[in-house]
Design a protein around this ligand. Structure first.
Ligand SMILES: Nc1ncnc2c1ncn2[C@@H]1O[C@H](COP(=O)(O)OP(=O)(O)O)[C@@H](O)[C@H]1O
Ligand SMILES: [Mg+2]
Length: 226
């Protein structure tokens, strides 16, 4: 597993303090992050692969500073957004997966083989030549996860990957994330998704208010929202 370290991380947007002196060391295979809307979860998650730079403090992944060496960190850490439409860039499903490997140095044949493998893995093999925007919401999110996984990251950070989905599609996407061998850090409101997780962190108003097992975190979160 990689070691993700937040060292005295604070961040503000204008006058609003969004993260308050966060110290965290994440090295478990499954880590959940929960908390009310606006508590700072996305801000924190985006810092892990340098999408957002902290105003003070540092975030490192295996010792590499995500703010200073973003490209290097992003080779190791893939990011799955809430809305898969923001992540899908190519017209067809297969092209979108292949696009992830455009700078991999792999041959056309190797790329095609990996794309096929990913299509099969996520049950999209009938949809390779279909326009990506015609997939269901759940299938789009599977495609987005596939487009991250195909690059062979060591860590996946997913920011509310099931929030826009109906229950059935949320289940499908949760199962897909569950099947991933890599380290996964998930921000979610879907508490069922945290079952079997190694660690759950509760964020409230930019600070960590609980850090422990899912069994303890969920009651702590419920109590904090009253
Ligand atoms: N780019 C931004 N500019 C200004 N304010 C922002 C920006 N991103 C987030 N915020 C504000 O920062 C706070 C925390 O946001 P966020 O990290 O997205 O919380 P969460 O993901 O827990 O809902 C919210 O009040 C939000 O409105
Ligand atoms: Mg958010």
């Amino acid at each position: 597993m990689s070691e993700i370290v937040f060292d005295s991380v604070s961040h503000s947007f204008g006058d609003r303090k969004v993260l308050r002196d966060i110290d965290l060391r994440l090295h478990e295979r499954r880590v959940g992050i929960i908390g009310a809307n606006g508590s700072g979860k996305s801000t924190l998650a985006r810092m892990i692969n340098g999408l957002l730079k902290p105003m003070s403090g540092t975030v490192t992944v295996d010792g590499v500073d995500a703010a200073r060496k973003g490209a290097q960190v992003r080779r190791k850490v893939g990011f799955v957004f809430t809305d898969p439409d923001t992540q899908i860039v190519m017209p067809t499903v297969s092209e979108d997966l292949a696009f992830s490997l455009r700078r991999s140095g792999l041959s056309k044949q190797e790329i095609a083989a990996r794309v096929e493998e990913m299509l099969v893995r996520f049950g999209l093999e009938q949809h390779g030549e279909h326009p990506a925007h015609l997939l269901s919401g759940g299938q789009k999110q599977l495609l987005a996860i596939g487009a991250v996984l195909i690059r062979g990251p060591e860590v996946i950070v997913a920011d509310e990957p099931t929030t826009l989905l109906d229950l059935r599609n949320a289940r499908v996407v949760a199962d897909a994330l569950d099947s991933v061998d890599q380290q996964v850090i998930v921000v979610t409101h879907q508490l069922a998704l945290l079952e079997g997780f190694d660690r759950v962190i509760v964020i409230d108003d930019g600070a960590v208010t609980f850090d422990g097992t899912p069994a303890e975190a969920v009651p702590a979160y419920r109590a904090s929202v009253g």
